[in-house]
Design a binder for this molecule. Structure first.
Ligand code: ZN
Length: 334
């Protein structure tokens, strides 16, 4: 009877520097909550963004239009059962935590924002200072956001958002990743890294985690669904990484692709390493909503029809996001 909890505690203490009995929390835009209170969470969405806008103007929105479009949609998704959304819009392409807080207050949706810099899109959203400062100096800015709040608002980030361009990783993308590693060791924030179909970037990121003795479970391979080859995903999940299958849409081709990857991971006993989301956007530069309701509306049903149990669905929608994002330093013990 007592054996399983004891084994769990043992594994837990190997991977975490926090005390085993210390409650694990997450930061929402409305403050810290126990990680269990996340409920059904979508780990990769965009409440709003200004992709394509100049860096200096990226956080300004037509607020009346934003609230009119986004509040009813957040309420609808909340009614469908989703309790929390991880907003992956980084600084310099549209993060605005004051507005996120109002949207959360008005809709009842828990929203988690991020610190970090988005290095993909050919470096378009990397501010000049990041090219000039060292990884340590950049990390200091992100650690300050975690300790003091973002831009004087008191709103604290719940994770680190980073991104790699396609092809061989650039110096700046690797430096930003090192800054992320340093920030993780100071804060316990998880690193969610836009990587997509780039196994070379996966290898380089894992090597940096190893250099900093950070456990792979502090790292999320964002957009792993863009990889056709599930072998590399399986191999990476076996190292303890989080695999983010975050392109779920209602069309059958996309659904089937995500289902196939999930079945492959399930066959290897790796469902506990998977996150599912849509990469939707309820205000993409003021344009029409790119939905993030397909999981609630069609995908969960498809999972049941394909033999996934309610426990497995709870794992994917609730337990895994809690495990992935619960704030704690994950250092490999020597
Ligand atoms: Zn995204």
């Amino acid at each position: 009877m007592k054996l399983i909890p004891l084994i769990f505690l043992f594994l837990f203490s190997c991977q975490n520097t926090s005390e085993p009995d210390q409650p694990i929390s997450i930061n929402t835009v409305n403050g810290q909550i126990p990680v269990e209170d996340l409920g059904f969470a979508l780990p990769h969405e965009h409440v709003m963004s200004n992709f394509g806008a100049a860096i200096e103007k990226a956080d300004s929105y037509d607020e009346a239009k934003l609230f009119a479009q986004v509040v009813p949609y957040l309420k609808e998704v909340n009614r469908l059962g989703v309790k929390s959304i991880f907003d992956c819009t980084a600084a310099y392409f549209g993060r605005n935590v004051k507005l996120l807080k109002v949207l959360s207050d008005s809709s009842g949706m828990q929203i988690i924002t991020n610190t970090g810099i988005y290095g993909a899109a050919n470096d378009k959203y990397i501010p000049q200072f990041a090219f000039e400062k060292s990884a340590e100096e950049i990390a200091k800015i992100w650690i300050d956001e975690f300790e003091k709040g973002i831009e004087g608002t008191g709103v604290k980030p719940g994770f680190i958002k980073l991104a790699f361009d396609d092809g061989t990783p650039s110096e700046i993308d690797l430096k930003l990743f090192e800054a992320g590693a340093i920030t993780h060791l100071a804060t316990g924030l998880t690193m969610a890294v836009h990587t997509g179909n780039n196994p070379e970037a996966v290898t380089r990121q894992l090597a940096i985690l190893e250099k900093y003795q950070i456990h792979t479970s502090a790292w999320i391979w964002v957009h792993a669904n863009k990889t056709e080859n599930s072998a590399v995903i399986i191999e990476t999940a076996k190292k303890g990484a989080w695999i983010s299958l975050d392109g779920v849409k209602a069309d059958s081709e996309t659904l089937n692709h995500h289902l196939k990857l999930l079945k492959d991971l399930k066959a290897e006993g790796l469902l506990a390493n998977v996150l599912i989301s849509h990469d939707g956007n309820s205000f993409p530069r003021g344009k029409a909503i790119r939905p993030y309701d397909a999981i609630s509306k069609v995908f969960l049903k498809a999972l049941v029809e394909n033999g996934f149990s309610q426990d497995e669905i709870n794992l994917l929608t609730q337990k895994n996001p809690q495990e992935a994002f619960g704030i704690r330093i994950r250092k490999v013990k020597q």
